[in-house]
Every structure is written in structure tokens, then in C-alpha cells.
Design a protein around this ligand. Structure first.
Ligand code: FES
Length: 107
């Protein structure tokens, strides 16, 4: 099982054994990770699942598509190079160890 690390607002880390095929957002919701609201349920229209992917992990992900890219322009927190919508990150075994940080505004 791939493990996903979520860095929370208080600096602590939740490391969760995720199911391949689930999204980073779905895994967070299922395990009550605070700060990922996912108001639209993963349909790429709310941006409340914004996360910052760790620098070293960015090249492990495909780039955001046009819809995700547009939504990222409107996130509540500052958009940074590692900004992604966690509902659009499908977990695969190759993503074992992926680290994402929850923006402070989403706590
Ligand atoms: S859950 Fe709404 S955009 Fe990701």
C-alpha cells in the first residue's frame, strides 16, 4: 500500500496507508485529515482540497490539466509551484511516500 504523508497546520504529520486508485483527497477525507474540505466531492470545482506537494515530489506527478490549472488560480491560499488539487491526484504504488502540506487557511 502506498503511504501518503499529510503535513498539518500544527507541523505534525499524518502518514496514511492509502488504497491505490483513490485520490489524495479521498484518502484524507476517509481518514479525517483536517483541512481538506472537498466541498464539491472531487469534481474539480471548489478548490477546497488544495495542497502543497513537497518540492521533491512534484516531478512524480503529471502536470495539472487545464481545468485544475484554472481553479488553482482562485485558491484561497497563495498559489505556489507545488499547489495542486488533491482530488486530482490519483494514488498509484509509484506515489508511495508522497508528501503534501495543507495550506494554513484551510484549517
Ligand atoms: S474536491 Fe473540489 S476541487 Fe477538489
Amino acid at each position: 500500500m502506498p503511504t501518503i504523508h499529510y503535513i498539518l497546520h500544527d507541523g505534525s504529520t499524518r502518514s496514511i496507508d492509502a488504497k491505490a486508485g483513490a485520490s489524495v483527497m479521498e484518502t484524507a477525507i476517509h481518514h479525517n485529515v483536517r483541512g481538506i474540505d472537498a466541498e464539491c466531492g472531487g469534481s474539480c470545482s471548489c478548490a477546497t482540497c488544495h495542497v502543497y506537494v513537497a518540492d521533491g515530489d512534484l516531478d512524480r506527478l503529471p502536470p495539472p490539466d487545464e481545468m485544475e490549472n484554472e481553479l488553482l488560480d482562485g485558491v484561497a491560499s497563495e498559489r505556489r509551484p507545488g499547489s495542486r488539487l488533491s482530488c486530482q491526484i490519483a494514488i498509484t504504488p509509484a506515489l508511495d511516500g508522497l508528501t503534501v502540506r495543507i495550506p494554513e487557511s484551510q484549517v
